[in-house]
Design a protein around this ligand. Structure first.
Ligand SMILES: Cc1cc2nc3c(=O)[nH]c(=O)nc-3n(C[C@H](O)[C@H](O)[C@H](O)COP(=O)(O)OP(=O)(O)OC[C@H]3O[C@@H](n4cnc5c(N)ncnc54)[C@H](O)[C@@H]3O)c2cc1C
Length: 317
């Protein structure tokens, strides 16, 4: 599935070197070394190598879901029907569970923590989501693990390379600069400085990798651009559209807009009184608006957050 037609790369005068893996950045000579022994010289370099599935020892024969051939194998497995065991109740595990249950498979999900997605969504929303899966016939086995599974979905690891400073990903500033002059990085592989959080964050969602990529590309081309958007993504499971804005950082209190458990509703997460994240269930408008409020660094009171009659766009004025 090419992202763009081949002709478009030609029009843009981009040499697309497919099937050629870089094994060394060649920092001294500014010349990358390829697996096939070839080299390519560079003046400015960008690492956008993404992330890989976290592998678990003992699960060498299980399916992981990262590349197209793995997706094809998973589809074949779903078409076979029968039973499907999934290890990990993160976004990928939960989405596959929902798809498989809706195809009529008998699905079991094994999760070491107390609820699905508990670290990002919190225990209450985690429990709500576990309930939604159970309602659709999924056996959600929490606080436990398993020694065999068809699919292992236990997170991802950045595909880093030797050279630039690492910090659970390649450490970059808000424009993608690494610790090495003329070497940039963008996308899933980075842990980037975010001015809203005043710390480095790592995000594994395409909206962020794409938008941050634009800022890094402009900076490399001589127009320094900061990436300051608040990360946002969504996940569809059954009839639930889960939208999240934020960076999965720790919070100390939550506020709910709407009736918890009766979509549409949104949970806001605060740290020291500051709004740092929100999860909306079938509540796109609230998430779109609160995202703009966060990006504009506008403050809202907890009363305004929980009052559905308060249009969050008023906070932007
Ligand atoms: C199953 C699955 C479902 C997902 N669903 C969602 C979703 O619903 N919403 C969402 O926002 N995000 C989702 N994501 C995450 C999203 O795919 C990533 O955030 C996004 O692809 C990151 O883009 P990237 O360009 O940084 O890296 P990638 O898309 O991973 O691209 C990196 C590229 O670099 C190549 N590469 C790596 N190392 C080398 C090397 N040494 N030499 C040459 N080339 C190399 C790789 O082959 C790859 O083509 C999902 C991911 C997975 C696996």
């Amino acid at each position: 599935m090419p992202l763009r037609p081949k002709a478009q790369y030609e029009q843009l005068a981009i040499d697309l070197e497919l099937g050629r893996k870089v094994v060394d950045l060649g920092l001294e000579d500014r010349r990358v070394l390829l697996e096939d022994g070839g080299t390519i010289g560079w003046d400015i370099l960008c690492l956008a190598t993404g992330s890989d599935s976290r592998r678990l020892p003992g699960f060498e024969d299980a399916l992981y879901l990262r590349d197209l051939d793995q997706a094809v194998r998973l589809k074949e497995r779903l078409d076979e029907g029968g039973a499907l065991d999934i290890l990990g109740a993160g976004f990928i595990g939960c989405e596959v569970a929902a798809a498989a249950a809706q195809k009529g498979l008998r699905v079991r999900v094994f999760e070491a923590l107390a609820q699905p997605l508990v670290r990002v969504l919190g225990p209450e929303l985690g429990a709500y989501l576990a309930g939604a899966h159970r309602e659709h016939g999924v056996e959600m086995r929490l606080n436990t693990t398993t020694s065999t599974a068809d699919l292992v979905a236990v997170g991802s690891v950045p595909r880093t390379m030797d050279g630039p400073e690492l910090d659970n990903g390649i450490a970059v500033d808000q424009s993608g600069r690494t610790s090495i002059p003329s070497v940039f990085a963008a996308g899933d592989v980075t842990r980037f400085f975010h001015p809203l959080y005043q710390s480095r964050i790592r995000v594994e969602h395409f909206q962020t990798s794409e938008r941050q990529g634009f800022a890094v590309g402009r900076t490399m081309a001589g127009a320094p651009t900061d990436y300051t958007e608040v990360p946002w993504f969504w996940s569809d499971q059954y009839d639930l559209n889960i939208q999240y804005v934020g960076a999965g950082l720790a919070w100390d209190s939550t506020v709910t807009r709407g009736d918890f458990g009766k979509p549409p509703f949104t949970v806001f997460y605060l740290a020291g009184g500051a709004l740092i994240a929100a999860t909306g269930i079938n509540d796109h408008h609230t998430i779109a608006r609160v995202r703009r409020v966060m990006e504009a660094r506008k403050s809202v009171t907890t009363q305004q957050l929980e009052d559905p009659s308060f249009d969050l766009r008023r906070a932007l004025a």
